[in-house]
Design a protein around this ligand. Sequence first.
Ligand SMILES: [Fe+2]
Length: 343
Amino acid sequence: MTMSLLELFTEQYKLCGLDATQTVAVISEVGKKAEYVEAAVAAARALGAGSLVLGASSLSNPTLPPYTSDGREVPALLAAAGHCDLVIDVTVGGLIHSNVRTNITGKGKRMLFVAEPADVLQRLMGNDDLREQVNAAAEILKQGSVLHVGSDAGTDLTLDISGGDLPITRQWGFVDEPGRWDHWPSGFIACFPRDRSGQGTIVLQAGDVIVPLQKYVRDPITLKVVDGYIRSIEGDGADAFLLRDYFERWNDPEVYALSHAGWGLHPAASWAALEVYDPRSLYGQELRSVSGNFMWSTGSNRFASRETPAHLDIPMRGCTVSVDGRAVVRKGELQRLMAEAAN
Ligand SMILES: [Fe+2]
């Protein structure tokens, strides 16, 4: 049965442990996604929780330059949202890489970003099993030293994940722990390898996805990575040319940096999402979460003090992903080694 946004938010709040003793802050942009704001407030009310709506006039979310960082509203947003127990972010771009997020979660508050259409929210709603799998994957990364990715298409990439203190983002689509941030829906693990450690070749093949350009790659693209930066983008088709042009527009060497890397674990997420939906109506969480994808990204890395809005997430199919020689994804198939790794 198709659920309403109100029903979906109510179910989500239960996963997040919201009760009548708590207060929800809803951060939005004035005049945008009003139905999400209304549902977030009504669902909190249905559970007896208080709620507060914070509407910023607008927040910067450029897909092409120029970029101006968010300004005067941010301290006020932080001051108000920081007093609430659960912060629901329904801004257009999401306060993902900004200091708004880290300031809120740093105070032990939970924060959840919501952007996808209702039926995607419903179909990919998180659950305990997904959380267990993601946590087990995080353990494998935490204990690892070398992350390697290979594919028949020619990908051969090595990343240094040693040290035991690797920043790891665990996303299962709800926030049930103090200080936790997540994006509803999600089902993937991502780590931030040692900065400038990436070496090798990435070959994007037909069916791989570039988010947020919301497109499938159609023509192969070969990217050479040296010391954690993309040094060349080659390919005969239009895709290589367009990706080169996209990067060059920013006129910023940091857009070529590799950022996070990991893999998808959501059994219900589909590669076909960009075909089935209007791609521009999606934020791309379904593609990020497809079970057995290898997802890497460019640009922003708050753990390396690198801020650039040119942040691409690139889920790839058919890859073998190994941690210290142990395959966690084999030719695009997620390996069910997770429970064993957690023990
Ligand atoms: Fe990302």
